[in-house]
Design a protein around this ligand. Structure first.
Ligand code: AKB
Length: 323
């Protein structure tokens, strides 16, 4: 199970999103553009994504549509990233359930029906809630989230484990922390401030943050996020004790600490704080995470810390915004 003896023919849902757009290019570099079908829902793909391999429009709540794409492109591996994130999830809880969970059931069922060799599905640190220990949050701990997004992620983890145990499907996933990236803006999450701040710093030298100054959250820089995802997919399935619920982290910081790091490069940068409903979501999540299961089972180790991430983000965004 999970052995890559056959050629990978991959379907990536959520390919226009923050992680999907970069994962698509990484997968295409690895497996060849024609072997990675990028699927988006409503948003138009960037030219790089559209021109480097097949692109399809896909509603993951429609199982028949997923089946058609799988059959047309002879897909044997699915990276299922399409989801509604935490902040939008509180505005549209029913839709979040439909997209996040009905979508996942559809993907798992299709993977079972068409005998996929692997499925990747991302969980999130949003599985944790106010009752979970906040520091060094363990792998096995209390999972009682207070957001609909978190509810779908806990349910999704259980569902993935069920498909592993009951049907022998190779399903893998990590609990992503907040992801910081320079290519595609995140949409609808609580950790989005950590990306927006860079754009505003470069454009206006100031940023109004929707979280309190001292709200510490676990984060990760995109190159580490992509590397972790591919490392987990490369791991020997038989050696894995966990499957779709690996704790994962890069480094943790507060808005105030991030602003101070940016100020080292841009001394005039200013930040002010106007917390909104996302503050409550952030407060229900951990400050730091223990990802030793990922380190032990598949060798995870992040490469970036706060200062190297900030340096790289500013360099990449300055380049892109100057183009
Ligand atoms: C969000 O903020 O909703 C996401 C997440 C932590 O999964 N970035």
């Amino acid at each position: 199970m999970g052995a890559k003896s056959e050629k990978s023919r991959i379907l990536l849902t959520g390919a226009v999103g923050q992680i999907g757009s970069e994962l698509a290019m990484a997968l295409r570099a690895r497996y060849g553009g024609q072997n990675v079908v990028a699927a988006g829902h409503k948003t138009e793909p960037e030219a790089e994504l559209r021109d480097s391999g097949p692109f399809v429009y896909l509603d993951v709540t429609r199982r028949d549509m997923i089946r058609e794409v799988i059959d047309e492109y002879r897909i044997n591996t699915i990276y299922h990233l399409a989801a509604i994130l935490s902040a939008v999830g509180e505005e549209k809880p029913q839709l979040t359930w439909q997209v996040n969970l009905d979508g996942l059931v559809n993907v798992l069922e299709m993977a079972r029906e068409r005998e996929m060799s692997q499925v990747f599905w991302p969980s999130s640190m949003a599985v944790f809630g106010p009752d979970t220990p906040k520091h060094d949050t363990p792998q096995e701990t209390i999972l009682r989230p207070t957001t609909m997004y978190g509810v779908t992620k806990v349910s999704g983890e259980l569902l993935c484990d069920y498909y592993v145990d009951r049907f022998g499907l190779d399903v893998r996933g990590v609990r992503y922390p907040g992801i910081i990236s320079s290519q595609t803006l995140p949409g609808g999450g609580t950790t989005d401030y950590a990306v927006e701040i860079f754009y505003e710093a470069l454009k206006n030298q100031r940023y109004t943050c929707f979280l309190e100054r001292d709200t510490v959250l676990p984060m990760m820089y995109m190159p580490d996020c992509i590397r972790a995802t591919l490392m987990l997919m490369d791991a020997d399935f038989e050696q894995l004790e966990h499957h779709a619920d690996f704790n994962l982290t890069g480094f943790s910081f507060s808005p105030e600490e991030l602003a101070a790091e940016i100020r080292k490069h841009m001394p005039a940068f200013e930040i002010e704080y106007e917390p909104d409903y996302r503050q409550q979501i952030a407060e229900s999540w951990p400050c730091t995470i223990d990802d030793s299961a990922a380190r032990e089972e598949w060798g995870w180790k992040p490469a970036y810390d706060l200062s190297t991430m900030v340096e790289d983000m500013l360099e990449k965004l300055e380049q892109r915004m100057g183009d």
